[in-house]
Design a protein around this ligand. Structure first.
Ligand code: CMP
Length: 172
């Protein structure tokens, strides 16, 4: 009888711990876990740099999903809507739809800003040595990769490549 009572007590405690653990994990994910999108652009795909870029990324970030695709004009216009009206907009749309691209969904703590730093400045000539753009970019248009801007709307960009993913929290 005593043994039964004590094993029930243990089970109750175990379930309580599990519940608290799950709630804490969910809270942590909602508060700190971010998602972001990296796009390997047509210049880097044409130059066969997909492997090297993914290799650098996987060593430093958590990859959730990858998609090899070619953006339609409509998708590209939605993707770069924020730049509409700028002098380089038409060239940007032409370039990003000029060939296949690779969308990579990443997640982690502060991943949006960490990724931007990791890929380097928009203009490869101004990018820090060893960043992705310094290594693989050749001009401000053909700059090898794009990473979502945390001050804009990363989720909107993510949904263009990965429509099924939910808004926030750990993906599983
Ligand atoms: P990306 O990170 O994909 O976001 C928008 C893109 O517009 C940017 O990389 C550049 O390729 C391009 N871009 C930004 N500023 C300029 C500019 N001044 N001239 C030409 N292209 C630009």
């Amino acid at each position: 009888m005593m043994r039964l009572k004590s094993s029930r007590w243990c089970l109750a405690h175990h379930l309580e711990d599990l519940f608290v653990d799950t709630i804490l994990k969910m809270l942590y994910n909602v508060l700190f876990m971010e998602q972001t999108l990296l796009v390997i652009k047509p210049d880097a795909v044409r130059a066969k740099h997909i492997g090297e870029i993914i290799s650098a990324i996987e060593k430093n970030f958590e990859i959730v999903d990858i998609k090899y695709t070619r953006l339609t004009k409509l998708q590209a216009e939605r993707f770069y809507a924020i730049h509409k009206g700028k002098p380089f907009y038409n060239d940007l749309i032409k370039f990003i739809t000029s060939g296949p691209v690779v969308g990579i969904l990443l997640q982690g703590e502060n991943v949006q800003r960490r990724l931007r730093e990791f890929i380097g400045a928009t203009d490869p000539k101004k990018a820090q040595p060893n960043t992705i753009r310094a290594r693989f970019g050749s001009s401000i248009t053909e700059n090898a990769v794009h990473a979502s801007n945390p001050d804009e709307d990363p989720q909107k960009e993510i949904r263009i490549f990965f429509p099924k993913y939910k808004k926030k929290g750990k993906l599983e």
